[in-house]
Design a protein around this ligand. Structure first.
Ligand code: ADP
Length: 630
């Protein structure tokens, strides 16, 4: 027996193999979603053909009515999902159904925990697509003919979902793609037309093309009819669309498995006409921080699909938003380049941005649990917005959430309005402190005096925070103040005391410490911040904060050297001891220890840890010797 023409056996990419294994295991309790995924792919294929046919109408001419057909064969135990859309060439079949195009897949797969529920969520957000067929089938066959190619160029792909697939020439086939599932023995329920009809209604009603289902008639024959409403969901009036329909549409659009957190559906009329349907996903995609990850909205012009991932409609910080824009005015031949040059686009982008920000504002007001979960997943992108988007600054500031010195845990759940509602009488500042992590910032000596006075401080410990704070100017007329930098002025009632006035009394001591620390500090001040700690370091208002400095240095940037200001707690016993020290050498050693401890408390790494350890050991021995002779 000779091999069929052009037959090749190929191995799946390693990641595909892993994904298949994990998926079959963790999505089993949701197995029926395979039908949604395959219908969703068929619908995308029809969209793509309609788009290509704008330029080349011949592509669609031989079979102009785009549709999706579902049929089953009880004898053979097979279920077929067939479309007359764009189809795939041999190379496309190999690429699309043998590899995973998205980068970062390997890292993503490593996050799998083995806990089915969690993994199902993770896999769901990754988008399982075509491969979900293997949850219910032990063999899948795909026959495809790309629009524009001859019927003799059709190809057949087949796999048992283990390690490999085969590809060969198909005898002949109509335009488009037919996916045939050889159902596993215990999945024969999916041959039942009532079951199929219910599933299509539930998951695929919003598909804009007719989904035709073959059913048996009472006479024993078969007939075919559309079981979905076959109108693009966003063209329907808001009051006609149920929440469930919005949710299913989102899953189709976003290739997501979980419900969206919120959505906003709007028609704009007048000078510019367009409809938008925007969704906030409930979980951040694994590649939210990957610059190359696809982002943007799906663009339609007069209901004709034009492109995926149109980035021009929303700013970068809103890259997590999924949705559709359907414009009446854009030309059908619009390309990414043309979009960039289109003068109307700026106005649409501002309007859509405002919609998203308002939708989040509403979510924040109406449902704190949902907003809390939004903030956990996407809070850092909103902080990017505070940096980038001046136009919506006020609204974005209201969306911010923080942990504070009054929080019980590191959850960021306090708004600026919450903070101000607790502000002390006469407090005209919003105090904050930045640190590398929550533990570090929470126990910082910089907070001691403020704690003692009952003044609440926002604790900022996200990676992006050192950049954000430069953009925190004021909120409701109150200025922001970094309690780790510059001079701290607390509401005293009787006016501020200047640093000079406080320093004056202790001039000689301060000068002696400065001298013995030589070139390590800018200056030494008497602190107004400290209660329990002997000392802390502060950066001057003009200098880069230490966290930002460390990050920039870690990324290889050369920065001009700056020195911290050392602040000492004049009432602390260690400082009392220092000022009583008559031996100059010992005074110097103790001053260095005080400085190094202040640096450590702030999260810095010492330039010379061994030197510090030597000093500290020596000091401990001296103390012991002192105690023994007393
Ligand atoms: P996704 O749909 O998330 O991209 P899939 O694994 O479902 O992932 O599909 C991978 C690719 O295979 C699709 O992006 C598409 O290019 C192609 N594809 C899948 N099904 C079809 C189909 N019915 N017709 C044409 N192309 C298809």
């Amino acid at each position: 027996m000779s091999e069929p023409a052009g037959r090749e056996t190929m191995g799946f990419q390693t990641e595909v193999r892993q994904l298949l294994q994990l998926m079959i295991h963790s999505l089993y309790s949701n197995k029926e979603i395979f039908l949604r995924e395959l219908i969703s792919n068929a619908s995308d294929a029809a969209d793509k053909l309609r788009f290509e046919a704008l330029e080349a109408p011949d592509l669609q001419k031989d079979d102009p009515e785009l549709r999706i057909r579902i049929s089953s064969d009880k004898e053979a135990g097979t279920l077929s999902i067939s479309d007359n859309g764009i189809g795939m060439s041999r190379e496309e079949l190999i690429d699309n159904l043998g590899t995973i195009a998205r980068s970062g897949t390997a890292e993503f797969l490593q996050q799998m925990t083995g806990d089915d529920k969690k993994d199902a969520q993770l896999i769901g957000q990754f988008g399982v697509g075509f491969y979900s067929a293997f949850i219910v089938a032990d063999r899948v066959e795909v026959i495809s003919r790309k629009a524009g190619l001859d019927s003799t160029d059709a190809v057949r792909w087949e796999s048992e979902g283990q390690g490999e697939f085969t590809i060969e020439n198909a005898d002949s086939a109509a335009r488009g793609t037919t996916v045939t599932l050889h159902l596993k023995d215990d999945e024969q329920e999916f041959l039942d037309s009532f079951r199929l009809e219910a599933l299509i209604r539930k998951y695929s009603d919003h598909i804009a093309f007719p989904v035709l289902l073959e059913k048996e008639t009472e006479e024993g024959g078969t007939e075919e009819s559309a079981v979905n409403s076959a109108t693009a969901l966003w063209t329907r009036s808001r009051t006609d669309v149920s929440d469930d329909e919005y949710k299913e549409f989102y899953k189709h659009l976003a290739h997501d498995f979980t419900d969206p957190l919120a959505w906003s559906h709007n028609r704009v009329e007048g000078k510019r006409e367009y409809t938008s349907l925007l969704f906030i996903p409930s979980a951040a995609p694994y590649d939210l921080w990957n610059r190359e990850a696809p982002k943007g909205l799906k663009l339609y012009v007069q209901r004709v699909f034009i492109m995926d991932d149109a980035e021009q409609f929303l700013p970068l910080y809103l890259r997590f938003v999924k949705g559709v824009v359907d414009s009446t005015d854009l030309p059908l031949n619009v390309s990414r380049e043309l979009l960039q040059q289109n003068p109307d686009l700026d106005a649409m982008r501002s309007a859509l941005t405002r919609r998203v920000v308002d939708m989040l504002g509403k979510l924040a007001k109406s449902d704190t649990d949902e907003y809390a979960s939004f903030w956990r997943e996407f809070g850092a992108t909103i902080k990017e917005g505070v940096i980038e988007d001046q136009q919506n600054n006020e609204k974005l500031m209201q969306l911010l959430r923080f942990s504070t010195t009054k929080s019980e845990s590191e959850a960021q759940d306090q708004s600026l309005a919450d903070y101000l509602s607790r502000a002390a009488d006469g407090q005209d500042k919003i105090y904050y402190l930045v640190g590398d992590n929550y533990e570090n910032v929470k126990s910082s000596p910089h907070l001691e005096q403020l704690r003692e006075k009952g003044l609440e401080v926002l604790l900022l410990h996200d990676r992006i925070d050192p950049w954000v704070v430069d953009h925190l100017r004021e909120f409701e007329g109150k200025e922001f103040q970094d309690v780790g930098r510059g001079q701290l002025s607390l509401p005293e009632g009787e006016g501020e005391i200047t640093q000079d006035a406080i320093n004056d009394e202790h001039g000689p001591l301060l000068e002696k410490i400065r001298k013995s620390l030589n070139d390590k500090v800018e200056t030494v001040n008497v602190s107004q911040r400290l209660v329990d700690s002997p000392a802390c370091v502060v950066t001057s208002d003009k200098d880069l904060g230490p966290q930002l400095r460390r990050m920039l240095e870690a990324s290889g940037q050369e920065l001009p050297e700056t020195k911290p200001v050392l602040e000492i707690n004049i009432d602390h016993p260690l400082v009392t001891r220092l000022s009583a020290e008559t031996d100059d050498a010992r005074f110097g050693e103790l001053s260095h220890i005080v400085l190094d401890h202040a640096l450590l408390a702030e999260g810095a790494q010492l330039d010379n840890p061994a030197e510090y350890v030597r000093r500290m050991n020596q000091y401990l021995l001296d103390v012991e010797a002192g105690a023994a002779t007393e």
